[in-house]
Ligand binder design. Structure first.
Ligand SMILES: C[S@@+](CC[C@H](N)C(=O)[O-])C[C@H]1O[C@@H](n2cnc3c(N)ncnc32)[C@H](O)[C@@H]1O
Length: 220
């Protein structure tokens, strides 16, 4: 499944919008959503737990996770084509068949996935070293938002897990507060956070900001 949908699934509003007129952007986005609906979504396995990484970057973490969990199926999303291409090359070299990478904006992808006639259930969702957007006026660009948690709520059952890790203390507090305020997610007590799999991602390796902090929330 690696690489199968790369050509058809590019779905990145921020990378397309400045370059094309709005109508063309809308039509490209619709075409790409249609391609996901027709090609990728129906091929997601129904019997295996599905693991999602939002903002997978170069795919180091998800490739390692997939190699260590052959019974699970992993999907990595990222806005940037080059990162998706690198992630796919790693998966191909390792001959992993239980993961796919998609160039897509997370909310668009998840919104379309939530409307699929056959329900898809995510077992775990990772958000690792997500862009912190430190300036207040840019906080709206942060990945962790109530709307994302609403969508993940539609795609999960009670007991599913949301795992967040960052080296940015202020984003850690922000994300924890957003999750704590959401009725569908219950935060684990900070000292008892269970982390399912350790592997250093590219941005974790590059981090100069000191010890990362993590939290896990469980779907109520
Ligand atoms: C700082 S990198 C971290 C990558 C990886 N998780 C790691 O730890 O190495 C954050 C990634 O999230 C992606 N990203 C940001 N907003 C996104 C969104 N709304 N949907 C999908 N990907 C997004 C960016 O393109 C970037 O590659």
């Amino acid at each position: 499944m690696v690489g199968v949908i790369a050509e058809s699934a590019h779905l990145s509003p921020s990378s397309l919008r400045p370059e094309v007129p709005l109508e063309l952007y809308d039509s490209l986005r619709d075409q790409r959503l249609a391609a996901l609906r027709a090609g990728f979504f129906p091929r997601l396995p129904t019997g295996a737990p599905i693991i999602l990484e939002v903002g997978c970057g170069h795919g180091h973490y998800l490739n390692a996770y997939a190699a260590a969990h052959p019974q699970e199926y992993c999907v990595g999303l990222d806005l940037i084509a080059d990162r998706i291409a690198r992630a796919e090359r790693k998966a191909s070299r390792a001959r992993l068949s239980n993961l796919a990478f998609v160039q897509a904006e997370a909310s668009l992808f998840l919104g379309a996935l939530a409307e699929q006639p056959v329900p898809v259930r995510l077992r775990r969702v990772f958000v690792l070293f997500s862009d912190p957007w430190p300036k207040r006026r840019h906080w709206k660009n942060r990945v962790v938002q109530p709307g994302l948690l609403d969508l993940l709520g539609k795609l999960t059952e009670p007991g599913a897990a949301f795992h967040f890790r960052t080296d940015h203390p202020e984003y850690f507090t922000f994300a924890r507060e957003v999750v704590a305020a959401h009725p569908l997610w219950r935060l684990e007590v900070e000292d008892t956070v269970t982390w399912p799999f350790e592997y250093v991602s590219v941005f974790e390796e590059r981090s100069l900001a000191g010890a990362p902090r993590s939290f896990t929330a469980v779907r109520c």
